[in-house]
Design a protein around this ligand. Structure first.
Ligand code: ZN
Length: 218
């Protein structure tokens, strides 16, 4: 969302060359969230432009209408919102059946009890740490407890499931976020504002600090 849309391939190549592992694509439909961003045709174009993991976050009201398109476009991970329409379990099962990693997410106001029962169906879960829909927002501090709770549930259940956070990550807080239990950090404006490669490297350093501080391990 925070990259230069007229130069997406260039910005992504710079970030990936510097060590970014996932390319997080924020899909917005103007309905689930007020903004419109990009759809499956752009994901298809990105698939040709990069070998990095394409991590597609569907902030859309009707995933059932579009899952086939994003699967065909070459997404490696597809995240659906528990608050979207349709049967979330069936959506996750469909994504997995297509050989794509399945992920579910909740907005800041949705309790983790909506997410935890879905862990057996998920290869990743995403905790929104800002209200979805806009870049450049601040991390909501109360979300730290949600990260801890979901990490605990993943460990207790023995699930193979990554825990991603999305929103408000910056160099000043990323170590604490990792220490709380996240192992995939989405950073938009904090990476694409300014020196992209330098920002990615600095995030990796802070991530490593967080791993040292963490009370959990995979
Ligand atoms: Zn996102």
């Amino acid at each position: 969302l925070s990259a230069d849309f007229a130069n997406l391939a260039r910005d992504i190549a710079v970030a990936v060359d510097a060590g970014a592992e996932y390319v997080h694509v924020d899909v917005m439909d103007g309905h689930f969230v007020p903004n419109l961003t990009i759809g499956a045709p752009v994901v298809k174009a990105l698939r040709k432009a990069t070998d990095a993991v394409l991590d597609v976050h569907l902030m859309i009201s009707n995933p059932d209408q579009y899952l086939d398109d994003f699967i065909a476009a070459g997404a490696d991970i597809i995240t659906v919102h528990a608050e979207s329409n349709g049967d979330t379990r069936a959506q996750l099962e469909k994504i997995r059946a297509a050989g794509v990693k399945a992920s579910c997410t909740i907005k800041p106001g949705t309790p983790v009890t909506e997410l935890i029962p879905l862990l057996p169906l998920c290869d990743m879960v995403l905790i929104m740490t800002v209200e979805p829909g806009f870049g450049g927002q601040g991390f909501i501090p109360e979300c730290m407890d949600k990260i801890r709770a979901v990490r605990g549930a993943i460990q207790d259940g023995g699930y193979v499931c990554e825990l991603e956070i999305d929103g408000g990550a910056k160099l000043a807080n990323v170590a604490d976020i990792v220490a709380a239990g996240a192992d995939v950090i989405v950073a938009g404006s904090a990476v694409f504002g300014g020196d992209i490669a330098g920002n990615v490297r600095a995030f990796h350093d802070k991530f490593a600090d967080g791993v040292k501080m963490a009370q959990w391990s995979k």
